[in-house]
Design a protein around this ligand. Structure first.
Ligand SMILES: Cc1cc2nc3c(=O)[nH]c(=O)nc-3n(C[C@H](O)[C@H](O)[C@H](O)COP(=O)(O)O)c2cc1C
Length: 134
C-alpha cells in the first residue's frame, strides 16, 4: 500500500505534524506544491484554518491530483476549530475522492495563544494515529 504525506503551512505548525506523521509511516512530508508522482492509496493531507477556511492551495492540490488519490486522511492544527474534514470533504466530494472518517487535529500556536503547540505530546499522538494505517 502506497502512503503519501502533503501539507500546507504558513507558520510551521502543520509542518511539524506532517513530519511526525511522515516519520511514523516512513515517507517524506512534502508541501502541497509537490504533485503526487504516483497513486497514493492513503494521502495524509495536512492544513489549517485561515478565516474559517483552508488555503486555496490545498483545494487546488486536491483538484490537480484527484486521479492519484485513493483516500484522504486529514490532519491539521488550528486556534479554535476542530477538524479539517469539512472544508477538505467539500472539495473532495465534488471530485468523488474519498475522505476517511477519522482525522487528527490539535491546537496550533496563533500569536500568544496555544504557545508551543503542537508540542511533543501532540506530535507523539499524531505519529500513533498515522501508524494505524501501516
Ligand atoms: C490569518 C489567520 C487566520 C486564522 N483563522 C483561523 C480560524 O478561522 N479558525 C481557527 O481555528 N484558527 C485560525 N487561525 C489559526 C491557525 O489556524 C493556527 O495558528 C494554525 O496552527 C496555523 O497553522 P500553520 O502554522 O501550519 O499555518 C488563523 C491564523 C491566521 C494567521
Amino acid at each position: 500500500m502506497k502512503i503519501a504525506v502533503r501539507y500546507y503551512t504558513r507558520s510551521g505548525n502543520t509542518k511539524k505534524l506532517a513530519e511526525a506523521i511522515a516519520q511514523a509511516v516512513c515517507e517524506d512530508a512534502k508541501d502541497v506544491s509537490v504533485a503526487l508522482e504516483e497513486k497514493a492509496d492513503i494521502l495524509f493531507l495536512g492544513c489549517s484554518y485561515y478565516a474559517f477556511d483552508v488555503d486555496q492551495a490545498v483545494k487546488d492540490f486536491i483538484v490537480q491530483n484527484k486521479d492519484n488519490i485513493g483516500k484522504i486522511v486529514c490532519f491539521g492544527t488550528s486556534a479554535m476549530m476542530k477538524s479539517m474534514k469539512k472544508p477538505v470533504t467539500k472539495v473532495a466530494k465534488m471530485l468523488n475522492v474519498a475522505v476517511a472518517d477519522e482525522d487528527f487535529h490539535c491546537r496550533g500556536q496563533f500569536g500568544k495563544i496555544h504557545k508551543g503547540r503542537p508540542n511533543e505530546d501532540d506530535l507523539m499522538k499524531a505519529a500513533e494515529f498515522a501508524k494505524r494505517y501501516l
